[in-house]
Design a protein around this ligand. Structure first.
Ligand code: GDP
Ligand code: ZN
Length: 362
């Protein structure tokens, strides 16, 4: 398999140099199941494992290879390899999971990588009853956070009499992000997606259930590879071998990452992403009289003023405030748990040292 077809580029070549000296070969992860990987490289497909040493040294689950990652492998017996290195990621989708490997190391939440090195993320929305701008905003924030470039795909044009209005509405929310109306079912408008699907380019498809992700992927693959409407997590759990690929090759040379994790992707964001997706609201908030204005009933609130003037959509403000609240709650939860872990650590690890008064008791 040609490395460039697999998405290899100067960025990865640069970071591979130290591994080259160790006579390792580059290979991209096409599927992961627990400790077992399917990787693709110049030698074709190999079943690969990370050595036990890796497991001891990893601080976080994010240190393990995930679908889309480039690794440095040493081929063993025919068809098998050991993974010795992981190249830096150009983009990453992660899931927060409870508990780090070592509680005292990383506090409470850990990150698990769902997919890596995706160039373009198709955010699929249905133009039927499912159409939801607020949800789209949250997906956009998540996309920006990942490092992949978002592209909005409005599917089911065949079900929608007011396509142009919808596109205009989305463009207003998606500030500068390309918006493409298509019908995956009728295979209309798909040519607009081809610039993102060239040789060696990697895309992933996200969106809520029923928007037509499987139908779109099938159309792009030109075959019925995925069962439309099927819930796919069932077919990968409890399986002990990597029999299917989650990095799929498109006929024109592009690659699609389709994993159960990507499909279930939780829209999650932290404070930094919030401003990334709501620059207009944040700009207004900077003009509020009080620095800690909650934009509720405070005097001199520039955000409320903008809503009253009709310059800011009240729905957009609502979703901003909702997301902000969720983030604050999550942050508080994490801080609380981190404090608990810290206290446990103090009890166990520092027993012999001089007794310190815990902060809570001061
Ligand atoms: P997924 O859950 O996002 O993977 O959605 P599916 O691809 O399984 O599609 C959900 C339903 O929407 C199926 O009944 C599809 O046939 C239908 N669907 C998908 N794309 C289109 C489209 O462009 N137009 C219409 N009318 N229906 C579509
Ligand atoms: Zn305000």
């Amino acid at each position: 398999m040609d490395l460039n077809t697999l998405g290899w580029d100067p960025f990865f070549a640069q970071h591979f140099k130290p591994f080259q000296d160790q006579h390792l070969a580059p290979a991209r992860v096409a599927c992961q199941h627990r400790d077992l990987y399917l990787v693709c490289g110049e030698a074709g497909e190999l079943t690969a494992e990370v050595p036990g040493k890796w497991r001891h040294e990893a601080c976080s689950r994010a240190d393990f290879p995930a679908v889309g990652d480039w690794t440095a492998v040493k081929p063993r017996e025919p068809g098998k390899a050991t993974i010795h290195g992981l190249l830096p990621r150009k983009s990453r989708f992660a899931r927060k999971v409870a508990g780090g490997r070592e509680r005292h190391q990383g506090g409470d939440t850990d990150e698990q990588i769902i997919a890596a090195n995706i160039d373009t993320l198709f955010l699929v929305n249905g133009l039927d009853g499912d159409f939801n701008l607020r949800r789209l905003e949250r997906y956009l924030i998540m996309a920006w956070d990942s490092g992949a470039s978002p592209v909005v795909v409005l599917n089911k044009t065949d079900q929608c009499p007011e396509i142009e209005e919808r596109v205009a509405q989305v463009e207003e929310v998606a500030l500068g992000v390309p918006v493409h109306p298509i019908s995956a079912l009728e295979q209309k408008g798909l040519e607009a997606l081809s610039p993102y699907l060239g040789a060696g380019k990697t895309v992933a498809v996200v969106g809520s259930s029923g928007v037509g992700k499987s139908t779109l992927i099938n159309s792009l693959l030109g075959e019925e590879k995925l069962q439309v409407n099927a819930v796919r997590q069932g077919d990968s759990r409890g399986r002990h071998t990597t029999t299917h690929r989650e990095l799929l090759f498109l006929p024109n040379g592009g690659l699609i990452v389709d994993t159960p994790g990507m499909r279930e992707l939780q829209v999650w964001a932290d404070e930094e992403d919030l401003s990334g997706g709501f620059e207009d609201v944040e700009e207004l908030a900077a003009q509020c009289r009080f620095g800690d204005c909650q934009h509720q009933r405070e005097p001199g609130c520039a955000v409320r003023r903008a809503v009253a003037r009709g310059a800011l959509d009240p729905g957009r403000l609502r979703s901003y405030l909702k997301l902000k609240r969720e983030i604050e709650n999550l942050t508080r939860r994490q801080e609380h748990k981190a404090r608990l872990a810290e206290r446990a650590h103090q009890k166990n690890g520092r027993k012999k040292r001089e007794k310190k008064t815990p902060i809570e008791e001061l």
